[in-house]
Ligand binder design. Sequence first.
Ligand code: NDP
Ligand code: GDR
Length: 357
Amino acid sequence: MKRALITGITGQDGSYLTEFLLDKGYEVHGIIRRASTFNTKRIDHLFENPEIGNKKLFLHHGDLTDSSNLNRLIEKVKPDEIYNLGAQSHVQVSFEVPEYTAETDGIGTLRMLDAIKESGIKCKFYQASTSELYGGIPGTAPQNEKTPFYPKSPYGAAKLYSYWITVNYREAYNLFACNGILFNHESPRRGETFVTRKITRAVANIIGGKQDKLSLGNLDAKRDWGYAGDYVEGMWLMLQQVRPDDYVLATNETHTVREFVEFSFKEVGVDIIWNGTGVEEKGFDKITGKVLVDINPRYFRPAEVELLWGNSTKAEKELGWKRKVDFKGLVKMMVDADLREIAGMGIDEFLEAAASK
Ligand code: NDP
Ligand code: GDR
């Protein structure tokens, strides 16, 4: 039985990856942080299953800022594969906590790599690199493994260090270490402060009468949004190759935040029309004229990544990986899940009920 160690197991990707590896017959070990409230919601369904919890899935307290803990865990678990997903992963928040972000997202990766090297354990390493490395420089899209990096945030700069230290440990010490340069990937488990989930949650809340309107920042930013469940398979595939390498995972499509809003409301039968410019712009319900979207400058970033649009040809050719869920499918999945949670019914049921009124 193969053994995997995951940092960031309580996050969106960590939870999907855990399900994927358990399905493949792995024993999975995860590092969790001590918190004053429960932070294991995304993996509770696995850990509380008596066939899995403490038989195939083991949780250990730890933190990417604590080397002695990481050294000890690697010695104890002796993993075949490590997936380093742990990070302060919010770009805007990284402007507020730049030093902590560097400690976790930058030096944390060095701590992991050095712990592997010093332990002498033969173990493959996956680093959660990001399309934020590119910074969306005009004229560079679609971005692939050869596109130059130009990070635009403390998060991006910390992840740039991690990208290169991963390459360096591969070249200097012959570690099997890969960077997955992943474009944005979302799901019903996405944190609620990322723009996609903020939008789908708001749509469900507005429908359920629990929220009046949705306030956003830059509507014109473009992202290549895929489904997290597809992307964790790509992470695993990278570690199953003969040689370690770096790969882009993306859908090869790009859409604006504005389009994400329009598609999300459309799922519940609402057409949005836009009026006004800059911070005065508003999104109205075409039928009722009610303001459903406005702009709040607090969501603007000190520096913005305007355009991310990936090219995952290398991963498609060498790993045989391809995204299964497209943009429309992703929006529908997320709106449906939030609607079920908040209004107690899925999209189809909601539309049927609305039509019979
Ligand atoms: P989440 O924010 O959902 O999860 C982050 C995880 O990291 C959580 O488990 C969190 O624990 C943990 N964590 C935070 N700080 C530390 C720390 N100091 N020590 C140990 N663990 C820590 O992120 P995602 O699942 O979306 O992303 C996974 C990784 O992939 C991240 O590294 C992210 O930067 C990167 N990435 C994500 C993309 C995306 O679109 N989702 C795209 C490209 C890269 P806790 O639950 O306790 O907060
Ligand atoms: P991103 O994701 O910064 O791409 O990082 P996020 O969803 O936060 O922002 C995407 C774009 O939407 C714009 N935006 C808003 N963003 C948020 N969060 N809230 C708003 O109200 C809002 N209004 C507009 C942003 O300005 C931005 O342009 C994600 C994270 O998962 C990273 O960890 C990962 O590395 C990258 O994706 C790839």
